[in-house]
Design a protein around this ligand. Sequence first.
Ligand code: FES
Length: 95
Amino acid sequence: MAKVTIINDRISFEVPANSKVIDYLPDNSSMLFGCRQGSCGMCICTVRSGEEFLVPISSREEETLRKNNAASSQRLACQLWTREIEKEGEIEIEY
Ligand code: FES
């Protein structure tokens, strides 16, 4: 289980291991999404901490980030999956 905090929204929520983070995003988040499939780049965000609790970036995500001139530290929120982890992880995301 990971505790995910969306810094801009000041909300935190729990995400089980091996799960897509946005499937657990509360309705009161203002984070914007388009395709939700990693191709439009609308959901570019920065993982401020806890990257080690997330599945590494895929080549498809990397390509979309490159097309959108994202910084090397940025990710696509719609492509964030939690890893299988033994301890409680904390992940902070800013968009
Ligand atoms: S919503 Fe389109 S890339 Fe995430």
